[in-house]
Design a protein around this ligand. Structure first.
Ligand SMILES: Cc1ncc(COP(=O)(O)O)c(C=O)c1O
Length: 396
């Protein structure tokens, strides 16, 4: 056990600026459909470099709404990586489409372009690429395959604010990108999400259908309370309180990102001396990571017990996570519905079982990176799997 303060995996970085912004909203009368939301959207679009940003209630809602608006439904397939958050698959499944899972690359955790090409069928309507832990997928290989198949690319940018591929940012690499403002993400709005796109028609349809499919928003109604509904819509709006928090967070984002990059660099450098651990690169070809966290990758042979290592880190006061603990097709819902079996997604299964996500967020204080490195060093020794009689015999 340690007497030092616990370092959580992630923590929202909020101060008086967010409190003041929220108070201002609460002392007014507009809680939805208001100026904060518009201002936040405008500034987010500018940051990503797209013509539009449409705020939504979560990244999941954004993915779901985009697929819905593009008429992805029963009879369609959406290719998704096996190593992701369940939201990537659920957003397609909730439209009535079938998620088609493919394995990921061993050196990045991103959708494997060859596996993607092999998964294309006449029913493929879209591919949802997930920029795993903030490293953009290889869009030079994925986008042409999708285009040739007549499928569109939807980016799941939940962990990829400010990630870049060449001279474009994540969120500007496909038809649309969906971001998350859940508390431990790069920036938060308590909850919430944003859809970015350059497509004017898509943006208009998203606005229309994120709010019930109303033909006009309340401020554009000539007769108060009178409206028609001209499309199947959801209630997936962000409210003014969330937007006020998000706008303040956006103004602090440069500082947050600088701290993330620096913490990532320090951890990576320190862990280079721990022979049992490898770390995914944060720059691969044209892709540059947004440093959501640092995955410590343990040997494939299982010689280090991940769960014992994580418990050791916890006892040393270090919060960790796993991205993601089970490949999505092997979660009970998908396993049972589509009859998936262990062994079908070997790389995703290895990442799920043999990695630990370490914190690099701006909440780390001076000296924390060194503490984490020391604790990992000790955890690896503690978690070494003792050779059994059988394995010892095999080596003699
Ligand atoms: C890759 C990915 N996509 C989507 C989501 C869901 O985001 P939200 O909670 O904003 O719906 C997450 C959540 O962590 C995620 O990691």
């Amino acid at each position: 056990m340690t007497s030092k303060p616990f370092i959580p995996f992630g923590r929202p970085m909020l101060d008086d600026a967010e409190v003041r912004a929220v108070s201002e909203v609460l002392s007014g009368t507009t809680l939805v459909h208001g100026p904060m939301t518009h201002a936040f959207e405008e500034r987010f679009a500018e940051r990503v470099g797209t013509r539009h940003a449409i705020s939504v209630s979560s990244c999941t809602a954004g993915l779901n709404l985009t697929l819905l608006v593009r008429d992805v439904g029963a009879g369609s397939e959406v290719v998704v990586p096996a190593m992701t958050h369940v939201a990537t698959a659920h957003s397609a499944e909730a439209c009535g489409a079938k998620p088609v899972f493919v394995d990921v690359e061993a050196h990045t955790g991103n959708l494997d372009p060859d596996a993607f090409a092999a998964a294309i069928s006449p029913r493929t309507a879209a591919v949802t690429v997930v920029h795993y832990l903030g490293l953009p997928c290889d869009m030079d290989r994925i986008a042409p395959v999708a285009a040739a198949a007549g499928a569109f690319v939807l980016e799941d940018c939940a962990l990829a604010v400010d990630a870049a591929f060449g001279d474009k940012k994540a969120g500007a690499l496909g038809l649309a990108g969906c971001f998350s403002f859940y508390p431990v993400k790069h920036m938060t709005a308590a909850e919430g999400g944003m859809i970015t796109t350059d497509d004017d028609r898509l943006a208009a349809a998203l606005l229309h259908r994120r709010a019930f499919g109303y033909d006009r928003s309340p401020d554009k109604r000539q007769k108060p309370g009178i409206y028609d509904v001209t499309g199947l819509g959801l209630n997936a709006r962000m409210n003014e309180v969330q937007a006020a928090i998000g706008a303040v967070q956006l103004s602090k984002l440069d500082g947050f990102q600088k701290a993330r990059a620096e913490n990532y660099r320090a951890l990576r450098e320190g862990l280079a001396e721990v022979a049992e651990i490898t770390v995914f690169n944060s720059v691969v070809g044209k892709a540059r990571s947004s440093h959501y966290c640092l995955n410590a990758v343990l040997p494939r042979d299982g010689s280090i017990d991940r769960d014992v290592a994580a418990a050791s880190l916890k006892a040393a006061g270090i919060g960790t996570s796993v991205h993601y603990p089970v490949p999505v097709p092997l979660l009970s819902y998908y396993r049972e519905k589509y009859q998936f079996r262990t062994g079908q997604f070997p790389v995703a299964e290895w990442i799920a079982n043999q990695t630990i996500s370490l914190p690099v967020g701006p909440h780390l204080a001076d000296g924390d990176a060194e503490r984490i490195i020391e604790a990992v060093r000790a955890a690896v020794v503690e978690a070494r799997v003792k050779p059994t009689r059988q394995t010892m015999d095999a080596h003699t």
